[in-house]
Write a protein that binds this ligand. Structure first.
Ligand code: HEM
Length: 371
């Protein structure tokens, strides 16, 4: 377990994401100006609830730089095809309909049934070692989403593996090999969803069936945004689950009290989302000069929106136009897994560090000492 004694402050918000104890630093950022230029990163920082909300709400603060809808490294590739269509990566009218269709379909998911299914699945994959736990925190949420979408169990492992490979294309830290692997994975994911749609295989009552009912409305963006549902689930839900496991380790009184009152599991997960969130920052790019809290940010600038500095405002799932439509689903899946695994996890000696990332806090567990 990382020691929190005498820790050195993170150098910047990117370093904070995987730092052992970053929350005092985030509190100090929140106490400072809501908008500031960070020379070492050559970009702006939006901090505290006021800074974060102002940027997320401003129409000229976009998810991509003007004139570069797809990163150069992905242009003309299968990953680029998906990226260009994702509601998460686009602003403007063309994607407004897809956004509504997704939000409506996700909003109609029967969470009680999802909880039951996810507990059932989690029971088949109770981690017996740190290595199995590392796989399970990624796999189980993806299996639960694949099940919800309507894929057959035999397809889940491949879908989960492709999703993890595809997600690599979204990280600025990925190397050439990971980017190449992401292209094959993107092709396979598009084909997998294409097959399910073409064959008319969408299981009645599945999430896919409710989205397909509106296919015309979503047009060409359909396949890409279905892939997007898996990719948005992947790192973020693994982070939520992993950080919840860290919380159970750090607070030994927690598990006995949850055992005595299992109805408190969802509240425990919400607390983890607030106190040790999975997604620490996101980015926006100014399409025009903007004035935010009296600070003028010129056009063409990058703003790192430090969600984790928003404290009690609970902005770990974003806000406004791009706010997460999957929050309840993520919490339901994570609650189901944790509740099912808690006793087995208690017996596992675990240590952890964090997976290299500029925005997602995901513990990687290793065999450690029993506390
Ligand atoms: C703990 C788990 C999760 C966290 C912390 C999380 C967090 C976020 C955040 C911060 C954003 C906004 C990004 C931005 O504004 O730049 C977002 C967007 C999004 N999330 Fe999640 N998410 C989680 C799980 C999920 C799941 C399970 C799904 C799918 C079922 C999902 C689907 C989406 C989609 C489609 C968007 C894009 C929305 C848009 O741009 O209109 N998320 N998420």
């Amino acid at each position: 377990m990382p020691s929190t004694d005498f820790v050195i402050d993170p150098a910047d918000p990117f370093a904070a994401v995987t730092h052992a104890a970053p929350y005092d630093y985030y509190r100090r950022l929140a106490d400072g100006p809501p908008l500031r230029f960070q020379a070492s990163l050559d970009c702006w920082l939006a901090t505290g609830a006021a800074g974060v909300l102002a940027v997320l709400a401003h129409p000229a603060c976009r998810v991509r730089p003007t004139g570069q809808p797809v990163p150069d490294t992905l242009a003309g590739t299968p990953c680029g095809v998906i990226f260009a269509e994702l509601v998460r990566m686009n602003d403007g009218e063309r994607h407004a309909v897809s956004k509504q269709v997704l939000a409506r379909a996700l909003g109609q998911v029967d969470l009680a049934r999802l909880q039951e299914r996810a507990m059932h699945l989690a029971n088949d994959y109770v981690p017996g070692s740190a290595a199995q736990l590392n796989d399970a925190v990624f796999q189980l949420p993806l299996f639960a989403m694949a099940d919800l979408l309507g894929f057959a169990p035999a397809q889940w492992p491949a879908l989960a593996a492709w999703t993890r490979d595809f997600v690599a294309c979204l990280s600025p830290l990925s190397n050439g090999e990971q980017l190449a692997g992401a292209q094959d994975a993107a092709d396979s994911l598009l084909q997998g969803f294409g097959h399910l749609l073409r064959e008319g295989n969408a299981r009645p009552g599945s999430l896919l069936a409710s989205i397909v009912a509106e296919t015309d409305a979503m047009g060409s963006g359909l396949l890409a945004n279905l892939v997007g549902l898996l990719s948005q689930t992947c790192d973020a839900t693994a982070g939520l689950l992993g950080n919840a496991i860290v919380a159970l380790r750090a607070q030994p009184d927690l598990l006995p009290s949850l055992r005595a009152a299992p109805q408190r599991w969802p509240a425990m997960l919400r607390e983890v989302s607030r106190n040790d969130p999975a997604i620490h920052n996101t980015r926006r790019y100014t399409a025009d000069a903007v004035e935010l809290h009296g600070v003028r940010v010129p056009a063409g600038q990058m703003i790192v929106v430090v969600l984790a500095s928003a404290g009690d405002a609970e902005l770990g799932f974003g806000h406004g136009r791009h706010g997460c439509p999957g929050q309840s689903i993520a919490h339901t899946i994570a609650t189901a897994c944790l509740q099912t695994w808690a006793d087995a996890l208690q017996r596992l000696p675990l240590a952890w560090r964090y997976l290299p990332s500029l925005n997602a806090r995901i513990p990687v567990f290793s065999p450690g000492e029993m506390k």
